[in-house]
Design a protein around this ligand. Structure first.
Ligand code: AVI
Length: 319
């Protein structure tokens, strides 16, 4: 097998609104809001990797621990000769645990951040010469389809990191339903889901002492300046993240520190002092709550794994 990556360009901007259009729509809205998918330009993807290494951000290391322990069991559930599709592949180390245990014949990484996707899939191709590696540059939250010609005998979609939590529950259900339809019958979904827990632990995870999550949040404004030429002063905003227990979610905002205006071409967006731009929701579930959501999306919950402290869960859903 060659170490080349088969690249599938799924023409991101055709799939939905472009960053510019969404900034104009989101900053013009009341309250102001923007999709968290725009965090992930190259700098944002690197900052996210750094978040995953912060001591307060328990999600990554806990999920890795669960996967390391359950890898053989997962491999047995999935069976050999499969296609492993990783949604939001980033620079993930987690998938390596699965690759080594499952030994799928093909791997497809799907990510919104093109350069990051290419670098990480090239590394996989170099490290696993027996694996046929594909990369699809795509916004899978908008449109899901397997690139032509790479269907495997069995498909397993791996959606780690509790990224499902960045959808509202109704959207998560709709997304899982679309995923089920995009995969051949008999496919499975292996999905990491963060569990609801003590507010202090949750809030610490999104307010790390080193300020990496703050930099990640503020990078959205820097990206507007870099990529769109917007006139915006990130230093005039502050990161805020808190747990809303009623909605069972962490909310992230950028809080305007003074009255100010963001200018993008002919558009002007006024911010009052204290007004926020809502940048992310990160929903937290109980095991049973997530199983019920998956059932509504048409899946059978075949297995759930968790850590000893009950911080995080990994579900295997069968379609
Ligand atoms: C990618 N996603 C699951 C992360 C989360 O925890 O919601 C993104 C993140 N936002 C702030 N910290 C990490």
């Amino acid at each position: 097998m060659s170490t080349a990556v088969h690249f599938h360009d799924q023409h991101l901007d055709e799939a939905g609104l472009s960053f510019r259009d969404e900034v104009i729509a989101g900053l013009g809205d009341s309250p102001k809001a923007l999709s968290p998918k725009y965090f992930y330009d190259e700098r944002g993807s690197l900052l996210f990797e750094a978040i995953c290494r912060q001591p307060e951000y328990y999600l990554t290391r806990t999920e890795e621990g669960i996967l390391a322990e359950a890898a053989e069991e997962i491999a047995a559930l999935v069976g050999p000769e499969s296609l492993l599709v990783e949604l939001g592949s980033g620079a993930s180390r987690k998938v390596r645990l699965l690759l080594e245990a499952m030994r799928p014949s093909r791997y497809l990484g799907v990510d919104i951040s093109r350069d990051f996707l290419l670098q990480s899939t090239r590394r996989l191709a170099a490290d696993y010469p027996w694996l046929e590696v594909h990369a699809a540059w795509a916004d899978f939250s908008e449109r899901l389809h397997l690139p032509a010609g790479i269907e495997g005998r069995r498909v397993v979609a791996f959606f780690p990191g509790s990224s499902i939590g960045n959808f509202a529950p109704a959207e998560a259900e709709a997304f899982l339903g679309r995923l089920r339809q995009a995969l051949p019958p008999g496919s499975g979904v292996l999905i990491g889901v963060d569990l609801v827990k003590d507010r202090r632990l949750l809030e610490a995870a999104y307010n790390d002492a080193a300020g990496v999550t703050a930099a990640f949040n503020l990078n959205l404004l820097e990206r507007m300046r870099r990529q769109l030429g917007a006139s915006v002063e990130p230093a005039n905003f502050r990161h805020r993240a808190f747990f809303d227990a009623a909605a069972s979610r962490i909310e992230m905002h950028l809080v305007s520190q003074c009255p100010q205006t963001i200018i993008l071409d002919e558009h002007r967006f006024e911010f009052a002092r204290g007004e926020t731009l809502h940048t992310e929701n990160s929903c937290k579930y109980s095991r049973e709550g997530f199983q019920a959501l998956a059932r509504r999306a048409g899946y059978r919950s075949s297995a759930v794994w968790s850590d000893a402290e009950g911080l995080f869960s990994v579900h295997y859903l069968s379609s």
